[in-house]
Write a protein that binds this ligand. Structure first.
Ligand SMILES: C[S@@+](CC[C@H](N)C(=O)[O-])C[C@H]1O[C@@H](n2cnc3c(N)ncnc32)[C@H](O)[C@@H]1O
Length: 231
């Protein structure tokens, strides 16, 4: 892990995770594009979403991926997240069976209960990857899988942190760390996971159409999705 500050070229003011997402929650849905994570989820071939039951969604936030998974036929789905304001929006969607405030490293959900654990766009906020892989291994069945989708480390290394506008013209970053793919493989391996599938998303025409300034990042990897199975 390397602190994002090592790569920062924008030097936005930076908030701790819960404080940042409490402030971002009202505008979060309007700013995060499905291209970042849901398009990658749809490319995974080793997950039968319709057969995934039950599912636990780590760092579920406002429930974007929960809604997407329900639309694919997955469920029931439980969720856990550090930030009450994000969870309040997930609750409004009505797609989760149960939602808890908690940390992905110690969710309090029962051991061996889930066929699938998901986590989308949250690993960059974790100082260490060990707890999340260990907790995913604890709560999944022996044949369970863990889908982790993340903001690409190359994009963070280009100096772009996870950020939002706290007020018009006030970009604000949220505490972030850079984890290499090998950091994921090592932490996951120690928790008893092996990599089944991985896909990466590049900044392409669809991204540039949605965010014209991202022409500067065309063809760079912006996000990744990993499917882990138990060894
Ligand atoms: C970018 S949002 C992603 C939310 C949702 N998964 C999505 O894709 O829209 C990151 C979320 O991770 C949550 N988060 C960050 N660190 C966490 C931790 N250690 N435990 C639980 N949730 C965490 C934040 O509260 C926030 O809701």
């Amino acid at each position: 892990m390397v602190d994002f500050a090592r790569y920062d070229v924008r030097n936005y003011p930076t908030l701790p995770v819960r404080e940042g997402y409490e402030a971002w929650a009202p505008s979060y849905e309007a700013t995060v594009l499905d291209l970042m994570d849901l398009r990658l989820a749809g490319r995974l071939t080793s997950i039968d979403w319709a057969a995934a039951s039950p599912v636990l969604d780590f760092a579920c936030g406002t429930g974007r991926i929960g809604q997407w998974m329900r639309a694919q036929g997955a469920g029931p789905i439980d969720g856990v997240d550090l930030t009450p304001a994000m969870l309040a929006r997930a609750a409004e969607r009505g797609v989760y069976r149960e939602l808890k405030v908690g940390d992905v490293g110690a969710t309090g959900y029962p051991a061996g209960a889930y066929a699938l654990v998901t986590q989308s766009l949250a690993d960059e906020h974790l100082a260490s990857l060990e707890p999340v892989y260990a907790e995913a291994a604890r709560v999944t069945r022996a044949d369970g899988r863990f889908v982790l989708i993340g903001f690409h480390p190359f994009f963070l290394m280009a100096g772009v942190p996870t950020h939002f506008n706290a007020a018009p013209g006030e970009p604000t970053a949220i505490e972030s760390y850079v984890h290499l793919t090998s950091d994921h493989v090592a932490a996951a391996g120690r928790a008893g996971w092996r990599l089944k599938e991985m896909v990466e998303g590049l900044v392409d025409d669809a991204w540039v159409a949605a965010k014209p300034k991202w022409e500067a990042y065309r063809d760079r990897p912006v996000s990744f999705a990993m499917v882990w199975e138990k060894t």
